[in-house]
Design a protein around this ligand. Structure first.
Ligand SMILES: NC(=O)c1ccc[n+]([C@@H]2O[C@H](COP(=O)([O-])OP(=O)(O)OC[C@H]3O[C@@H](n4cnc5c(N)ncnc54)[C@H](O)[C@@H]3O)[C@@H](O)[C@H]2O)c1
Ligand SMILES: [Zn+2]
Length: 366
């Protein structure tokens, strides 16, 4: 049973303790199961889940890899594929990905190509994977040339969201998810943004009502955007707010900071650009600034990044055209500026430069 007032799509089960009732549902399907997880989620949740499946008499095998973004590779995928082939798992196999975005991206891509495509169930266990990575069908792995460069669009037939799984998640990982939730509010829903800001403490403490509303609202915002732009060419660019600068920071800092930290700084700089262009008011900017301050994110990394390196890095952003970066601009909290059906707009290099310099000064104090 779905616990929601307005039903989510049928392929989503949102329920506290959903994992406990899941074996019964899986027993009703004609599959054997390949459970894919990382070593951290294994000991916290997946091992117990596997035991529950075996206790039900289901045929299930567990495949794991070491946790971490650097293992989201073709090599990890190949190794699991080989182990599955070794066990003679065929087209009657259903993959169950249980883990954060690294697991769901990798296992999703594996499902898309194994025996030319086998069914996929996602059980996201991090906040980022619940409100972001599990939505929209993007799957993939990283290469030495960049993140997520090899992959496929492949939809799971069920997504199981059990917020109980979050109780073991470190606060730093919660914050990564909250930054993406905040982004959803900023680009599409002012009321949701203010809800998050006012209830931040309860969200971090995982108050059930707050967690429920936050996950569902974020889910709705992202899926509504994705539905309109499967090809990632237009409105889906909105989801990139804060990420144009954020990705450049991650890269120049050699991924020494978390994605959420980098995107939070990106949100500030891109909001400042919107103010510079006269698109966003300073009072909205102050509101965003105070929200990010409440997240207690360290900005220290900015000190060590040169403004020119950052500007050069922006040329490689996926929204850039002929090396000229484009930005999603906020016009107010909950709304973005669009021009001629474009959601990512060119901004003069001098404006971008000034905003980076200003934020460097304001955030690092010199
Ligand atoms: N496909 C998409 O549309 C999409 C969208 C956003 C992000 N992503 C991808 O998702 C990844 C980031 O996701 P993430 O932040 O979940 O990273 P992650 O999968 O690395 O998880 C972060 C850490 O939390 C641990 N963890 C996960 N669930 C836990 C739990 N319940 N309790 C304790 N620890 C737990 C993991 O083992 C890992 O160490 C990136 O690779 C990114 O590219 C994909
Ligand atoms: Zn992100």
């Amino acid at each position: 049973m779905n616990e929601l007032e307005i039903p989510l799509p049928e392929n989503i089960i949102f329920e506290w303790d959903a994992l406990q009732t899941l074996p019964d549902y899986l027993a009703s399907l004609p599959y054997r199961y390949a459970i894919i997880t990382d070593n951290q989620v294994l000991s916290l949740h997946a091992e117990k889940f596997m035991q529950a499946l075996v206790a039900k008499g289901l045929e299930a095998s567990l495949f794991t890899f070491p946790a971490g973004e650097w293992n989201k590779t073709r090599e990890t995928k190949e190794s699991i594929e080989n182990q599955m082939l070794e066990k003679q798992m065929g087209r009657d196999t259903c993959v169950i990905a249980i883990g954060g975005g690294v697991v769901t991206d990798l296992a999703g891509f594996l499902s898309a190509t194994y025996c030319r495509g086998i069914p996929l169930i996602l059980i996201p266990t991090s906040l980022v994977s619940m409100i972001d990575a599990s939505i929209g069908g993007k799957t993939g792995v990283n290469t030495i040339y960049g993140k997520n460069l090899i992959g496929a669009l492949y939809e799971p037939f069920k997504i199981i969201i059990d917020p109980n799984l979050l109780t073991s998640l470190p606060v730093k990982e919660m914050t990564n998810g909250i930054v993406e939730m905040m982004k959803h509010g900023l680009i599409a829903d002012q009321t949701y943004y203010h809800f998050l800001k006012q209830n931040l403490h309860f969200l971090i403490k995982q108050d059930q009502n707050v967690v429920k509303k936050a996950i569902i609202d974020s889910y709705r915002i992202k899926s509504a955007i994705v539905r309109q732009d499967k090809a990632d060419r237009a409105i889906r660019h909105l989801l990139n707010f804060g990420h144009t600068i954020g990705h450049a920071i991650e890269k120049l800092a050699d991924f020494s900071l978390s994605h959420g930290q980098a995107v939070a700084i990106g949100i500030l700089i891109e909001s400042d650009i919107s103010v510079s262009l006269g698109v966003l008011s300073s009072s909205c900017f102050a509101d965003i600034f105070s929200f990010i301050n409440d997240l207690e994110i360290s900005f220290e990394v900015l000190e060590h990044i040169s403004v020119d390196d950052m500007l050069d890095c922006l040329a490689l952003d996926k929204k850039s055209v002929h090396g000229r970066p484009r930005f999603v601009l906020l016009s107010e909290i909950g709304k973005c500026l669009t021009q001629d059906n474009e959601y990512a707009l060119f901004v003069d290099r001098s404006v971008v430069k000034q905003s980076i310099e200003r934020m460097k000064n304001d955030l690092c104090g010199h």
